[in-house]
Design a protein around this ligand. Structure first.
Ligand SMILES: *Cc1c(COP(=O)(O)O)cnc(C)c1O
Length: 237
């Protein structure tokens, strides 16, 4: 199993650490992550600048937002009335794990019989969900929210795949109405890759079947894991 790390902060040192983490874990399909935390202050100081920062990297068994059945038939999502924390409060472009808004959205979604949530931004446009970005497809053109979201690596990979395959893709405002009227909707996350959405608030997206462009991108996304240009090898002991 190979993985792909494209984050700008990933320098050569981390490029060595991550495959080593996977090799040590023994997982053939792994989810790999790094975290920087503020850490604790050795003197119990209230000044966050006194904290000793920590870096962690780990590999665990690969997990997915969507299970096997949901990947086949598409996820059922609910649009939450909880607004994503605005960028003026917490910078969403950092994977900050400041997630209570997203978790509250998840509880709402489960209460309403859906499988996951989409939150709106401070302008009432679609933002993202708990650990994933969202795309819609209209007349063969893809769009994904531009602001108020984490620009995830899987989202960026969709841009790369579209460039390679000559598909039009744009980061732009996505209104709730536009999302509901889309031909296709999918979400993206390291945890699961590209995952179809076929129901929003109990109403099918288009004909309620996984769309052709979504299917195609899902297939290419996994093919790229075998491509040396898109992946890093793991050497198991
Ligand atoms: C992790 C995460 C994503 C998806 O990012 P990837 O880099 O594709 O895994 C999207 N939104 C939020 C809020 C996240 O925490």
């Amino acid at each position: 199993m190979t993985g792909r790390w494209g984050c700008a902060v990933v320098n050569d040192r981390y490029r060595r650490i991550f495959p080593y983490c996977v090799a040590l874990s023994g997982h053939r399909a792994a989810y790999v992550e790094m975290l920087c935390t503020r850490g604790a202050s050795p003197t119990f100081s209230r000044d966050p600048r006194d904290a000793v920062n920590r870096f962690m990297a780990f590999a665990v068994a690969f997990g997915s937002v969507a299970n096997a059945e949901q990947l086949q038939r598409g996820l059922h999502v609910a649009i939450s009335d909880k607004v994503r924390i605005p960028p003026a409060s917490i910078d969403p472009t950092i994977k900050n794990y400041h997630w209570l808004d997203l978790v509250r959205g998840l509880y709402d979604a489960y209460d309403r019989g859906a499988e996951t949530a989409l939150l709106l931004d401070f302008n009432g446009n679609v933002a993202e969900g708990p650990g994933f970005n969202v795309f819609c497809v209209d007349d063969g053109k893809l769009s994904t929210p531009a602001v108020g979201v984490l620009p995830g690596i899987t989202r960026r990979t969709v841009f790369d795949l579209c460039a390679e395959k000559g598909l039009a893709v744009a980061a732009a405002d996505v209104s709730v109405a536009a999302l509901r009227q889309s031909d296709e909707v999918f979400i993206t996350s390291t945890a699961g890759g590209i995952m179809p959405v076929t129901m929003i608030d109990g109403v099918p997206v288009a004909d309620g079947k996984v769309g052709a462009i979504t299917r195609r991108l899902m297939a290419i996304y996994w093919q790229k894991h075998e491509d040396p240009a898109w992946s890093s090898p793991v050497r198991y002991p």
